[in-house]
Design a protein around this ligand. Sequence first.
Ligand code: ZN
Length: 295
Amino acid sequence: MRELVILGTASQVPTRSRNHNGYFLRWEREGILFDPGEGTQRQMIHAGVSASRITRICLTHVHGDHCFGLPGVLSRMVLDGVEHPVHLHYPVSGEEVVRSLVSLATPGLDLHLHPHGVEGPIAAGIEVQPLRHRIEAYGYRVTEPDGRSFLPDRLAAAGIGGPDVGRLQREGRLGDVRLEDVSVHRPGRRFAFIMDTALCDGAFVLADGADLLVTESTFSDDDAALADQYLHLTAGQAGSLARAGRAGTLVLTHFSSRYDDVGELAAQARLSAGRATVVAASDLDRLPFPRRARG
Ligand SMILES: [Zn+2]
């Protein structure tokens, strides 16, 4: 099961319809919470996401709209009796803020702190790349292992069905039939998460080949000067990341409270997003993980 639950979509200040940031990625057995801003615990209730599902928390940076929800979420996990280990990832320069936030939470969680200060893998299937913001920030990419897709007509022609399919997959061979005779290579799907940043190399690396690409889109193209000044993306720049990376679906979020209607931002992103499907996120949206983008 892979899906993205949007818990909040506001930058800097929440609005009547937008909570501070919060994104929950269900990724098979992992439940990864990204950037829990204030109010994330309550948004999880509205969205039907149980705190016990969280196995990992990833912070892009330690500005409040991306992490002030941490003590509440951690305390709730203790209250709910979570016993499994929970891993917390964040930029190393945010160590003091993170330790302060964690110290406010109810003790008792099996919490493991993992600061990172360089690009590269931070856990199985998860890597970070530096972004360009006013403080140290990193974006994340989660990649499914490569696998194989069976070709039903080849399986039928070889007379293989039922539990034998699983055996063939595990053992690589069944009698005279090899796995590669009846299946094709299937590249793992990719999720990318890019928050507060100006356009930079790291953002392009993360966007590359993403099936689901979540990016900040704080400003309209009309406010590009503000985006430059505060090191944020415009909607058009978010679209350009999706096009350069040949992303499948682009999810825009982290909107400035100055826009009542973000439909205009989605339209601007579409102009530069190439073939990507563009979605302007609303709080409590659920996005099933899309099929792999091809070509
Ligand atoms: Zn922010």
